[in-house]
Design a protein around this ligand. Structure first.
Ligand code: AMP
Length: 281
């Protein structure tokens, strides 16, 4: 695996691959890698000739400075895992490589960003759009792989790709989970033992809520159930639990809404904010 920290060098390397007719796959990450990230690398290896992974903790997508500072960083371990997985190139840029000057672009993703993490983390998706558009500009991938774990982000990146006509095939990949059902996340390692145990309620609650909905409970009843369950222990603080149209993310309020639906949750366990989602159809 080649490790590159310079964007011009990476662009030249990519040009060489492309001249040889290679299909380029791209997996952007913020590092502290786990099996969820590696599943994206595996998918890329399956569908492309060269897999490029980036590790960049993007400052513009953190609306909370403490969260940015707390974010785990372990590039050596990450590089080892990627090499073992057969990743071709690791791009590890400094902030000055990505943002030689302040990125003042403001994107508008309409209703997609006016809900859920869009309102809970103001500016977050704008920062995501900035970094992804810059990284796509450097790597110019044929295909890029993103996890359904960050479901709203995946929809926004597809929209960004359309808006800027980037012509990248954006491929969503399923959520990988720990044995107790908790969605894998770099943030899980920040949980204390007690918080980690408590976090397993999240996937169980989502499944239970899905069953209740299938049994005919109304959406307000299902939402109330989730909020009551989490309210019974002060270790949790529910940010949101919503049932939305899976394509537009418009919240559904009755059972006879058309189209596929998805439940999405954000919960603080202690100080750590975890997100998850579950398709309901
Ligand atoms: P992050 O490093 O958290 O920015 O994540 C990088 C990519 O990995 C994003 O596309 C995430 O959606 C994806 N990802 C993170 N956790 C998981 C998971 N548990 N299963 C599948 N993909 C994931």
């Amino acid at each position: 695996m080649v490790i590159i920290d310079n964007k011009t060098e990476l662009s030249h390397l990519v040009d060489q691959y492309r001249q040889k007719g290679k299909i380029i796959g791209f997996v952007p990450t913020m590092g502290a890698l786990h099996e969820g990230h590696l599943s994206l690398v595996k998918k890329s290896k399956e569908l492309t000739d060269i897999t490029i992974c980036s590790i960049f903790v993007n400052p513009t997508q953190f609306n909370d400075k403490a969260d940015l500072e707390l974010y785990p960083r372990m590039p050596e371990k990450d590089a080892y895992m990627l090499e073992k997985e057969g990743c071709g190139v690791l791009f590890l840029p400094e902030v000055s490589q990505i943002y030689p000057e302040e990125d003042k672009r403001v994107f508008d993703f309409g209703n997609l960003e006016r809900i859920l993490d869009g309102t809970s983390r103001p500016g977050h998706f704008n920062g995501v759009a900035q970094v992804v558009s810059i990284l796509f500009g450097i790597v110019k991938p044929d295909k890029a792989f993103f996890g359904e774990k960050d479901y709203q982000q995946l929809l926004i990146i597809k929209e960004l790709n359309n808006l800027l006509q980037l012509k990248v095939e954006v491929i969503g990949c399923p959520i990988l989970r720990e044995s107790d059902g908790l969605a894998m996340s770099s943030r899980n390692m920040l949980l204390s033992d007690e918080e980690r145990k408590a976090a397993s309620l999240i996937p169980n609650l989502m499944q239970e809520a899905k069953r209740l909905k299938q049994q005919g409970k109304t959406i307000p009843e299902v939402k109330q159930f989730v909020s009551q369950q989490l309210g019974s222990n002060p270790i949790y603080k529910l940010d949101y639990y919503e049932i939305c149209n899976a394509t537009t993310l418009s919240p559904l309020n009755s059972l006879n809404n058309s189209g596929k639906s998805i439940s999405l949750i954000a919960v603080f366990v202690g100080k750590i904010r975890l997100i998850d989602n579950l398709a309901l159809d």
